[in-house]
Structure formats: C-alpha cells, structure tokens
Design a protein around this ligand. Sequence first.
Ligand code: NI
Length: 161
Amino acid sequence: MAIRNIVKFGDEVLEKECRKVEKFDAKLHQLLEDMKETLADANGAGLAAPQVGILRQVCVVDVGEGPIELVNPEIIATEGEQNGAEGCLSYPGEYGLVKRPMKVTVRAQDRNGNWFEKTGEGLCARAFCHEIDHLHGILFTSHVSRMLTREELENGMDDED
Ligand code: NI
C-alpha cells in the first residue's frame, strides 16, 4: 500500500470525465487500497480516483463506519434535502454551504465487479454525491451557495437552513 499525492484545485485532471472500469484486476485492487490509505491519512470522508490523478470511475467513502469502495457508481434514488458545510481534500481548508439530498441510494460494482446497492443518509449521502460528482469532473464549488468563514465553521453550520 502507498499514500498517493492528492491533486489540488486548478489541475485540469479534476475537471475531466472519468472512464468506466472494465478490468477488475490487481491494478484496480491496488488503486483501491492506496486510495483507502490516502483517505485515512488525510482524515477525509471521501476520495475519488481523479484526485489521485486516475481518470477512472472509482471512489472511496468513509464517514466513520469503515470504508465503502464504489466502482462505476451511479445515484439511483434520492430523498429529502440537507444544507450544510462541505469541503474537499483538493481544496484544503476551504468549506462552502452546499445543498444535497438527505438520503441517497447508489448502485455500484465492488472490486470484483459484483453489483450492489447502498443507501446512505446525512454525511454519507453528502459524500456519495460529492465523490460521484468528481467522477464526472464536477467540483463542489459549482454547488456552493457561498463559502464559509472560519468563525461560521467553528460555530457549526451543519443542517442549517
Ligand atoms: Ni472532493
């Protein structure tokens, strides 16, 4: 395993459409292991392959309940709404107010190509949306209603309306 370098905003790799994964091989497994280690090291909630310079539809989400590996994921259902602080490992130290669904169901493949569905709520739903956006070159800044100041973050902006 290895910690990979996280690409920061301004790099055009973050704005490109990722290709679907077709080979569920050792190279994919290595990428997933490295992404999980990189995510844990950065203490983030999610990491997408383009953030480590790989234009493939692969992401990892971990909201404190263990990492979830998503290959070729798509959102198949959403419910409700939440408006809260959101950040990105490619934008260190920056947070904005972003509206997302409260509940999100994704359909994805695991590292061996088996399809599964997973429903996440709250932060998990937010992370699913944010990471899947990355796979289509969409950054959270395009959803931000406004950026947040350090004071607002310290006072807590989650679930604000
Ligand atoms: Ni991000």
